[in-house]
Design a protein around this ligand. Structure first.
Ligand SMILES: [Zn+2]
Length: 522
């Protein structure tokens, strides 16, 4: 069976994504996670371009990874100088890696208008740079930047650039759709044309500007590429890079091709959350395979069908990739929604059980008050667990007070004072925050942190307020939704009240209780 090499560039290309900025420690943690997942290559960065990357390689030099090899990235030498005098190539050697990826130009437009050099000099730059590193004992992957655009413009020259890298001793030729503008069939056709003319194995590196990075990568594999480059969650410049998570899943589950070890496929969802946490990016609900909504069922008909036969509305079993089925309960779902969720939570409940009727009635009355469980399944899960079993109380509120203070032209200031009973002790804390809800959240965590240390691993990722009865203005009920996230998961909770602080408090408490219950079980 063909084995496809997975080459991760989250730490280099991914870090180019808008809003992403990794510290040295972030990079190390992501590299460790990728090694555990079993990717073959981890591109650590560009030692010649920034000191943080150089430091990363210094740290990594002594580390023995279980599965992955660390790769340094760099460019071909500058025009009109010797490879031995090129700082970026020398910095790659200094980084002590065994593998380097060098990118060079294959598109005449770039050579003329961006590099301002001649096509012949560009070929010399490719040859000199690759052979310089090969002679120093490195394995060299050659990234042909803008290869497909270059090939469409001048096929002969683009191919020559690859042959030059091959002649210089490159171990892999990686075809890049740098602008992300190519279509799957074009990619496949071009690879079919060039592959017979090359001896060295081919890799693919796609960007997602046409929404096709994953499809293009898979078509390239079909056409014979043996390495796929991409990032976790598809992070990267502009519209991002090819998302390695659906690529790995599709290779194994749909194309029957091996990449990472089989037993690690179920870690894909966790890795996705982990990297989104460190990247400080909200996890995408609709992300294929690993998103919170990837296996969420809403309509009553769908829920009924899934209960009878999961494959009726699921392309794979969610657990295969470490995700879970979610039933979005609302009046739409009716009793069958309650039953399927109870089943998911391992409660034995039947349609005619008096408990089912009780919960259904409770749900209906809450929905009348403005609760909307469909988007807050963690609150619903808590409600169900409390109705069906004994959920131990993690803490009990005695009182809280929130003060918002504004003095003339000074900055507005919010402070919360909270009194709780936790494990038989009375905790009295105060905290400030950006606004009253944040102050309340801070004070609550401060009171609980010594008793429940895992709370430091979660944070609120979204906060939404909806006015339920617009006509009555400020006296109207509001519904507050909170989305929380930790390194493994995200969950949604809710509160409803005429007072926004009270509604937020309910949602906060549900969120924290859900997290504590989750940690206790796992
Ligand atoms: Zn790229």
């Amino acid at each position: 069976m063909r084995k496809i090499k997975i080459y991760d560039t989250t730490l280099r290309d991914g870090s180019q994504g808008e809003g992403i900025n990794y510290s040295l420690n972030d990079k190390i943690r992501i590299a460790e996670k990728l090694d555990d997942l079993g990717v073959h290559y981890i591109e650590g960065g560009w030692p010649g371009s920034n000191p943080k990357d150089a430091q990363f390689f210094k740290k990594m030099a002594g580390v023995n990874f279980k599965n992955s090899q660390i790769v340094a990235f760099g460019s071909t030498r500058r025009a009109q100088i010797k490879a031995t005098d090129d700082k970026n190539l020398k910095d790659i050697l200094k980084s002590k890696v065994k593998i380097a990826t060098i990118f060079g130009k294959s598109w005449l437009l770039h050579i003329k208008n961006v590099l301002h050099t001649s096509p012949e000099e560009n070929l010399d730059m490719i040859f000199d740079s690759v052979s310089f590193l090969v002679k120093k004992g490195l394995v060299v992957f050659y990234d042909a930047e803008h290869f497909f655009d270059g090939y469409k413009d001048n096929a002969k020259y683009a191919l020559r650039s690859l042959i030059t890298a091959e002649d210089a001793g490159a171990n892999f030729l990686v075809l890049c759709d740098t602008n992300g503008g190519s279509l799957p069939l074009q990619i496949q056709q071009i690879i079919n044309e060039i592959k017979p003319k090359l001896k060295v194995p081919l890799g693919i590196h796609c960007h997602n500007d046409s929404g096709l990075a994953v499809a293009n990568s898979l078509f390239a594999v079909e056409a014979g590429c043996e390495m796929v480059q991409g990032t976790i969650n598809g992070y990267g410049e502009r519209c991002g890079n090819a998302d390695l998570l659906p690529i790995i899943a599709n290779l194994k589950l749909k194309m029957n091709l091996d990449s990472i070890p089989d037993q690690k496929i179920k870690n894909l969802t966790e890795v996705s959350y982990f990297v989104s946490e460190i990247s400080n990016m909200r996890h995408m609900n609709n992300q294929p395979y690993v998103g919170d909504s990837a296996f969420a069922h809403k309509g009553g008909v769908h829920i009924n069908a899934v209960m009878k036969e999961p494959y009726s509305y699921e392309h794979i079993a969610p657990e295969t990739v470490g995700n879970k089925r979610r039933v979005l309960v609302s009046e739409l779902g009716g009793k069958s929604g309650i039953l399927i969720l109870a089943k998911e939570l391992k409660f034995d409940l039947t349609k005619d059980d008096p408990k089912t009727k009780k919960i259904h009635k409770l749900l209906q009355s809450l929905e009348l008050k403005g609760y909307h469980f469909e988007a807050a399944e963690a609150s619903f899960e808590l409600l169900l667990k409390k109705a069906l079993s004994k959920v131990s109380e993690f803490f009990k509120l005695e009182s809280f007070r929130v003060v918002v203070n504004k003095e003339s032209d000074k900055k507005i200031n919010s402070e919360a004072i909270i009194k709780l009973k936790v494990k038989g002790k009375v905790e009295h804390t105060a905290a400030e925050g950006d606004g009253p809800v944040n102050a309340l959240d801070n004070a609550l965590r401060k009171a609980l942190k010594d008793f429940y240390p895992t709370l430091s691993k979660m944070h609120l990722s979204d906060f939404k307020v909806r006015v339920l009865d617009e006509k009555s203005g400020t006296a109207a009920r509001v519904r507050v939704f909170i989305q929380s996230q930790d390194e493994k998961d995200s969950w949604n909770t809710m509160g409803v009240s005429e007072n926004i602080i009270e509604a937020s408090w309910q949602a906060l408490v549900d969120s924290i209780e859900y997290k504590l219950l989750k940690d206790k079980v796992s």
